[in-house]
Design a protein around this ligand. Structure first.
Ligand code: PLP
Length: 379
């Protein structure tokens, strides 16, 4: 009998684990009928403030909006520069250009795939207003040096923690979670995220009460008092039903992140046992980092052929990201060329995300690795 198709993420299995809790939480909202910024939104913001911990959390409609709101709260102007990575999801950079500011890219580290902090410091100019540090695939950019340097220069540090809820980095002897380091932290609750809602959702975390007040005004059309507008904001609120779902899921998140970590360790072991480490490089965890494996991304030989082989054997995989952002047509006006960020460009040809989710079974991982072994050992 042919085995079932293995997706990269199976949300149905996750739902079955928490079905009753979810139904109770949704029922409460339905009984209340307060759908826009209802009590569950503030309650979830407060849960996140305690969990990270961080002084302030402001829910919004998506991770893309979180980035936009964060940059708007920095009063970004045309011509301002924002330093970030070309090897990330589109929204990190579109938020910058949408406000008329200029993205300034740095290349990424070939081991962690995260942006290189030494290059960030080299690219600072007197027009730099912010740095967006993207914690890619679930592990943090090392921020300890950057945090201090940027503070000294009055440049905002924004964390794009869309893929890193619950991820941490040691700050001396203390673990500090993603989204609690920067001036502002941005999260996505897109359903496939490791903390995902049942629809779109996002959040901005911040250190200062006045920033939180500004963000709360920006998410309701720049209005402090209904129908009076101090500035032009967005309509971008975290939906109450989503907040209720996310409150339930947050209670389980640490356990689920641990299950992801165990699955990642197991893949590493299986690749080693299958003697595939020449062909497949498992993700590396930087010393001091707590990786939550939002994605399990290997760097591999003959990537496209491997992906087709896996698919033919009923195993899904994904390429994050096939074309770095400096090479996207919509950003051609920035004047970049092939070769400008060579590490990001070679990763785009070599990375492959394999199935990973908390409920992934050991036998399924064995199947993935066995198919990969057959691919590399044939002929
Ligand atoms: C790194 C990164 N930034 C931003 C976003 C945007 O989040 P959303 O899809 O919720 O708008 C995502 C997720 O898709 C992401 O992975």
């Amino acid at each position: 009998m042919k085995p079932d198709y293995l997706p990269t993420l199976d949300l149905k299995r996750n739902y079955r684990r928490i079905r009753d809790e979810i139904h109770r939480a949704l029922d409460e909202v339905l009984e209340e009928q307060a759908f826009i910024l209802g009590p569950a939104v503030r309650a979830f913001e407060s849960d996140v403030e305690t969990y990270l911990p961080v002084p302030q959390a402001v829910g919004c409609a998506s991770g893309s909006d979180a980035l936009l709101l964060a940059l708007m709260s920095c009063n970004l102007k045309t011509g301002d520069e924002v330093i970030t990575t070309p090897f990330t999801f589109f929204a990190t950079v579109s938020a910058i250009t949408r406000l008329g500011a200029k993205p300034v890219f740095v290349d990424v580290d070939p081991i962690t795939y995260n942006m290189r902090t030494d290059q960030i410091l080299e690219k600072l100019t007197d027009r730099t207003r912010a740095v967006i540090a993207v914690h890619l695939f679930g592990q943090m950019v090392p921020l300890e040096r950057l945090e201090a340097e940027l503070k000294e220069r009055g440049v905002a540090l924004i964390e794009d923690a869309a893929q890193a809820f619950g991820s941490w980095r040691m700050d001396g002897a203390v673990p500090r979670k993603a989204g609690s380091w920067g001036d502002l932290g941005c999260f996505s609750f897109f359903p496939t995220k490791n903390l995902g809602g049942y629809g779109d959702g996002g959040m901005v975390t911040c250190q200062r009460e006045d920033d939180a007040g500004h963000l709360k005004s920006l998410r309701v059309h720049g209005s402090g008092k209904t129908y009076y507008h101090d500035e032009v904001g967005l309509n971008s609120r975290l939906d109450t039903l989503q907040a209720a779902v996310l409150r339930v899921k947050l209670r389980h998140l640490d356990a689920w992140n641990e299950e992801r970590r165990l699955a990642a360790d197991r893949y590493g072991l299986l690749f080693s046992e299958a003697e595939l480490l020449e062909e497949v490089r498992p993700p590396a965890v930087l010393e001091g980092n707590g990786h939550i494996f939002h994605q399990y991304v290997v760097r591999c030989r003959k990537r496209d052929a491997l992906q087709a082989f896996l698919e033919a054997e009923g195993i899904a995989s994904r390429v994050y990201y096939p074309l770095p952002l400096h090479r996207q047509r919509c950003f051609a006006f920035l004047g970049h060329e092939k070769g400008d960020f060579p590490v990001a460009e070679s990763l785009a040809d070599e990375v492959l995300a394999l199935p990973i989710f908390p409920e992934l079974a050991e036998t399924e991982q064995e199947r993935v690795v066995d198919v990969m072994r057959r691919f590399y050992r044939r002929g």
